[in-house]
Design a protein around this ligand. Sequence first.
Ligand SMILES: Nc1ncnc2c1ncn2[C@@H]1O[C@H](COP(=O)(O)OP(=O)(O)O)[C@@H](O)[C@H]1O
Ligand SMILES: [Mg+2]
Length: 343
Amino acid sequence: MRSQNNSVRSKRPQFTEDPDSLSAQLRKRLVGQPEAIETIIPFVQMHQAGLAPEGRPIGVAMLLGPTGTGKTRTVEALAEALHGSSKNMLKVDCGEFQMEHEVAKLIGAPPGYLGHRETQPMLTQAKLNSATSDNCDVSLVLFDEIEKAAPSMTRLLLGILDKATLRLGDNSTVNFENTLIFLTSNLGAAAINRINKPDFGFEAMVPREPLEDGSKVQSVGMAAVKRKFSPEFVNRIDSVITYKPLDRAACESILEHIFANFARMIQTRLGLRAFKLQCTPAGRNLLLDVGVSVEFGARELKRTVQRNFIQPVAALVAQNKVPPGSTVILDAKGGEFTILLRH
Ligand SMILES: Nc1ncnc2c1ncn2[C@@H]1O[C@H](COP(=O)(O)OP(=O)(O)O)[C@@H](O)[C@H]1O
Ligand SMILES: [Mg+2]
């Protein structure tokens, strides 16, 4: 009897994941950061189920970690999955609000003040509402690279995070209850990098040992946040997500996405004149060596592909040198890229 029971119990139910699920859609677009996806989805679900708290944003997440590991990409990916376009969000580049007077641009000047009529506030109800779609009424609001903003930005954020309201210069209020708010920062990134990879150089992109367990990285990130922001501010953050430096496999997978987008562009834009793309292992390796670094993560990868593959191919196309149906191959020899054509 007992063994029978056991055998029944050990049979796990087979879940086949719906490829359209939010999780699957995000994993397609964001590589190597499963914790971010697992943390964000429950907030969306809480809202969809009508169980999000009232008088607060749906959720406030702080995305921490080194440059070029996918923090900004996460919010773009969510915008694509929820609203069909990575641009369908309200993004505040905090680097543009380093001076106190620049922060006023977010809320507009009070009536009667110089420039009152000219200053269209950046954070209006209309703009929030237009960052939704027929499929989903959640507005994604991204305060990108928050550590660069003037201190008054954090004061302004306190009201948004706590009460989901923002008072504008003209005294009207904006309601942030239907928003998911993301704050990104590379605070603590250097220390996080040191924990994960003591070495420098590309070799360091490939962890020799398993990464340090997440909790230490998380606490280093949290300590940096607590040094920079007041306790009231930190208390209003629902989740702090620490992004890992990307390993070689993750970078390869990002490269595949970039190639796939390039191939799709050729199909849709060139129609009957379309051709096929290939990249040799040597070509891939050189793209990764040039495009990925500890300092910038995968941030330069797209540009590296553009400069060394897309632009040379575009030059060939412009000279009518790529016959329809042929294959354009990116190869590398002696540290140089070469383009081959196969008819
Ligand atoms: N985890 C990732 N998944 C997919 N693409 C990524 C990832 N990390 C970086 N990239 C690539 O690098 C670019 C820069 O990433 P981004 O999210 O802007 O980095 P940051 O963490 O500095 O905000 C992206 O547009 C994308 O092409
Ligand atoms: Mg970013």
